[in-house]
Write a protein that binds this ligand. Structure first.
Ligand SMILES: *[C@@H]1O[C@H](CO)[C@@H](O)[C@H](O)[C@H]1NC(C)=O
Ligand SMILES: *[C@@H]1O[C@H](CO)[C@@H](O)[C@H](O)[C@H]1NC(C)=O
Ligand SMILES: *[C@@H]1O[C@H](CO)[C@@H](O)[C@H](O)[C@H]1NC(C)=O
Ligand SMILES: *[C@@H]1O[C@H](CO)[C@@H](O)[C@H](O)[C@H]1NC(C)=O
Ligand SMILES: *[C@@H]1O[C@H](CO)[C@@H](O)[C@H](O)[C@H]1NC(C)=O
Ligand SMILES: *[C@@H]1O[C@H](CO)[C@@H](O)[C@H](O)[C@H]1NC(C)=O
Ligand SMILES: *[C@@H]1O[C@H](CO)[C@@H](O)[C@H](O)[C@H]1NC(C)=O
Ligand SMILES: *[C@@H]1O[C@H](CO)[C@@H](O)[C@H](O)[C@H]1NC(C)=O
Ligand SMILES: *[C@@H]1O[C@H](CO)[C@@H](O)[C@H](O)[C@H]1NC(C)=O
Length: 767
């Protein structure tokens, strides 16, 4: 006895050790409780899970009784005491079985063995309709399948069904003519069976008893069966040898009770979902049970549903990232990052060391900042008082530095002498209020020269407020001159300068607000361009020419604008041109025709002669104006690097086209060309050509140009007024115009800006 006892203890110890210290992967992740403790788990190779059972006192109901035939090798389970052989049972509700084939064979025209077979299933079992099909094989065959089907669990013998199919062929070889191995009507036919069938009776018959010439001498058979189509492929050889196959696979569905869940749950003694963490679901036969998500096992047994250890299983939907620590919890699991890592464990887990250090630094900074803040608050009050005083001194200082006093004096003098409205000097506070503290949302234009804001002045008047970039202190005098000059240009086609502010470090200029955007926008935007009729274009040209003529001839001292381009011509609602941006303009000293300066302007508009000689004359404006005129005619941009090489420079392209006589090919599509205006277009084109002469002396003066354009425009104008169309299109435009702005796009730094094509070349001794 003693040695036996020692052996058992040793064995138990061994098992315990191998369970506790063995390889983790060897351990079951959840118990595989299949059936009750007093039942055999399997018969041969087939597992028999509860509620199926091989003994009557263990099974849930008689329907689930399985008989194991130990006389076979390996032993085979059968359903109850029927001939239905079970190949597998799934807790998902399926039962795979083998079923006999119905056979009907003929020898010399006489039926030799006619089998009429039927499958009669106990209640709770039905034939699965999606997996199975009814198939008949033969060359003189009609097969009928009939029986009963359930209506939600209730096994009444009504309603019943009857269906079937028929297959004829002249010889076995005919079956090959069809798709070789598909059951498609020749030698084989198939049909589906109704849902919930439980009594399936198969009847086989033939029309001619296989008594026709070709077949007479063969042993000719018909076969019929319900089969799991996933496990059966038709082959023409079956026509002669299916007899030997005997049994074919069939899928059955089973339910654990015939009621709906709702009803089944009411009686806890009969309710089959015994396990915690299991749930009930309805089926067409009745109800079944399943384990909840995160659990696995047999829901029909107490404690059958066991927690899945997702951390070990790591199924495809496992969500912990690399480095994360997985912690299995009851029914679920969590992913967390190890202490030195940051992240949530599901999306990322990154080593955190450097971050943590930085965080610590931030913490220290935070505490220090907090202490510092306290100190600041203590000193704050006295400091702000000091600051306020300082600010006001600063403002005064800037005002003086920016030449405020000089300007104020000169303005007063001007006012006294000419009695005209000159510009106003705004305070910094006023303009800050007007632009809502130079709010980003108020920006309407931005360029190398500065930023333009939309502002509302005290009297509710809308203004454009230009904040320049830092300017050269040496040029203060000049700045004042320009402000003064601009303030004196009182021309209806020049943007009005309302005032300026000198209290800030950089001077602020206040202009009248022009609502309709720049000419450039109108020319190069497809939609807007379509509204620009030839008349409007010529009007804009004439008005611009008028301004330049005025600047060159009427103003004293004469002014050269120096940056004429479509971006600097603004349009108001009625398409009246307003020339803007006098940032680059030059006052021409008396008795001097030309001045030597830093070459400045915009690529594409820049006078080539000026570029070469550095001598700025009125004719440079004429050249730039010529480019604008061509732009008006063609709708093309002055310089466009996206075009083929010969079309990049608009002036060159225009001149070469006109010389080739292709003027009308390059006109803007929106200019309607007809006999009425062909002459006029040619005249304007010739005028533009003259403006673009390489030699300044050969270009016409602005005065001539203005006169010529005005004459043309006036003629056309009277014609246009009788035309309703122009007025119509104008009113149409008012609604669709967004606010636009383009006061300042000059580039004052020394480089070529590829976006604005602005160029500024430094010249020794210039300016
Ligand atoms: C269990 O299986 C053994 C053979 O493996 C058999 O002898 C025994 O009768 C079976 N018990 C039941 C309840 O079927
Ligand atoms: C199975 O056995 C039971 C008795 O144990 C009997 O009443 C029943 O008719 C049998 N069923 C078949 C299909 O033989
Ligand atoms: C078979 O067909 C022949 C004629 O083709 C007929 O004489 C014979 O009676 C038929 N035999 C049977 C069993 O129908
Ligand atoms: C038939 O079997 C398939 C799996 O083979 C299953 O998805 C389907 O639910 C079953 N049909 C019924 C009515 O249970
Ligand atoms: C199934 O149907 C056949 C014929 O229709 C009948 O003979 C047989 O008794 C039925 N089986 C059951 C269990 O009702
Ligand atoms: C039926 O054919 C398919 C492919 O043609 C094959 O994958 C499958 O194993 C075959 N089934 C049987 C039972 O032969
Ligand atoms: C539950 O079912 C059992 C067995 O059918 C029956 O004896 C019992 O009376 C039922 N209990 C209730 C509350 O219906
Ligand atoms: C199953 O759940 C019930 C209540 O829902 C509880 O009382 C019982 O202890 C649970 N059993 C197990 C094994 O967790
Ligand atoms: C794992 O989760 C359980 C239950 O939520 C908790 O008690 C335990 O502390 C966790 N372990 C780790 C290492 O996070």
């Amino acid at each position: 006895m003693a040695p036996n006892y020692v052996m058992i203890v040793a064995l138990i110890t061994f098992i315990c050790f191998s369970l506790c210290f063995g390889d983790d992967a060897m351990l079951p992740t959840h118990n595989n409780l299949i059936t009750k403790s007093n039942c055999n788990e399997s018969c041969g190779n087939v597992n028999i899970p509860f509620p199926f059972c091989m003994s009557r006192d263990c099974t849930l109901r008689d329907q689930f009784l399985v008989t194991c035939d130990y006389s076979l090798n390996p032993p085979q389970p059968f359903l109850e005491n029927s001939s239905i052989e079970i190949t597998s049972i799934s807790l998902a509700g399926q039962l795979n079985v083998l079923q006999f084939i119905s056979t009907d064979c003929y020898g010399a025209g006489i039926s030799t063995n006619k089998i009429k077979s039927f499958i009669a299933l106990p209640s709770l079992l039905t034939v699965n309709d999606t997996s199975n099909r009814f198939i008949a094989v033969g060359c003189d065959t009609y097969a009928i399948v009939q029986g009963y089907y359930t209506k939600f669990g209730a096994k009444i013998e009504y309603p019943s069904y009857i269906t079937g199919c028929m297959s004829m062929c002249n010889s076995i070889d005919d079956a090959v003519n069809g798709d070789k191995n598909s059951c498609s009507g020749v030698g084989c036919c198939q049909t589906s069976i109704p849902k919930g069938a439980w009594n399936v009776t198969i009847t086989l018959s033939s029309y001619y008893n296989y008594n026709y010439t070709d077949m007479k001498n063969d042993l000719s058979c018909s076969y019929a069966f319900v089969v799991d189509q996933a496990n059966f492929n038709f082959s023409k050889t079956y026509l002669s040898n299916l007899q030997n196959a005997e049994k074919l696979p069939l899928v059955l569905d089973w339910a654990v009770g015939e009621d709906k869940c709702e009803i089944a749950m009411r009686n806890s003694t009969t309710y089959a979902c015994k396990s915690n963490n299991s749930y009930c679901h309805d089926d067409s036969n009745g109800y079944r049970c399943s384990c909840m998500q995160g659990y696995d096992g047999n829901p029909y047994l107490i404690d059958g549903c066991q927690d899945i250890n997702e951390c070990v299983d790591q199924k495809p939907d496992y969500r912990c990232v690399k480095n994360a620590i997985c912690n299995n919890t009851d029914g679920s699991y969590t992913c967390t990052c190890p202490p030195d890592f940051s992240g949530d464990g599901y999306t990322e887990c990154n080593r955190e060391n450097p971050h943590r250090k930085i965080q610590n630094i931030y913490l220290i900074i935070g505490i220090t900042a907090g202490v510092a803040l306290m100190v600041i608050i203590v000193f704050g009050w006295s400091y702000t008082a000091f600051q306020r005083r300082k600010m006001s001194t600063m403002k005064k200082k800037f005002f003086q530095e920016n030449g405020g006093l000089v300007l104020q004096q000169r303005l007063t003098r001007e006012e006294e002498s000419s009695h005209t409205n000159t510009i106003k000097i705004f305070t910094a506070d006023e303009l800050e209020k007007a632009t809502n503290g130079f709010d980003k949302d108020r920006v309407v234009g931005q360029g190398g020269f500065g930023t333009v804001y939309k502002g509302y002045l005290k009297d509710n008047c809308v203004a454009a407020i230009k904040k320049s970039k830092v300017i050269d202190r040496n040029q203060i005098e000049q700045f004042i001159n320009e402000v003064l000059v601009h303030s004196q240009i009182n021309h209806r086609n020049v943007v009005k300068l309302l005032g300026c502010c000198l209290e800030t470090e950089v001077p602020l200029l206040v202009y009248e607000f022009i609502s309709n955007g720049t000419l450039s926008e109108h020319l190069h935007d497809k939609l807007k361009a379509s509204a620009l009729s030839l008349d409007i274009r010529l009007k804009v040209a004439a008005e611009t020419a008028g301004v330049l003529s005025y600047l060159h001839s009427a103003a004293y001292p004469p002014i050269i604008h120096r940056d004429i381009k479509s971006v600097n011509i603004l349009l108001d609602k009625s398409y009246t041109a307003k020339v803007s941006d006098f940032g680059a303009s030059k006052l021409v000293p008396a008795n001097q025709k030309e001045i030597s300066t830093l070459v400045q302007g915009t690529l594409g508009y820049l006078d080539p002669e000026y570029l070469q000689t550095n001598q700025l004359t009125e004719k440079s404006d004429v050249y730039s104006f010529g480019v604008v005129l061509v732009e008006l005619l063609t709708g093309r941009e002055a310089l466009c690097f996206q075009r083929p090489e010969e079309e990049r420079s608009l002036t060159q392209y225009f001149i070469s086209s006109v010389e080739k006589g292709h003027l009308f090919n390059i006109l803007d599509d929106n200019i309607i060309c007809d006999e009425g205006n062909a002459g006029q277009l040619k005249t304007v084109a010739v005028l533009a050509q003259r403006c673009l002469n390489v030699k300044g002396d050969d270009r016409p003066t602005m005065k001539e140009i203005a006169a010529e354009l005005e004459a043309g425009s006036r003629l056309k104008h009277s014609w246009a007024q009788t035309d309703q169309h122009s007025e119509e299109s104008e009113s149409l435009l008012h609604d669709t115009q967004p606010l636009g702005f383009g006061y300042e796009y000059s580039e004052h730094s020394v480089h070529i800006d590829s976006i604005t094509n602005h160029v500024t070349l430094p010249i020794p001794g210039g300016r």
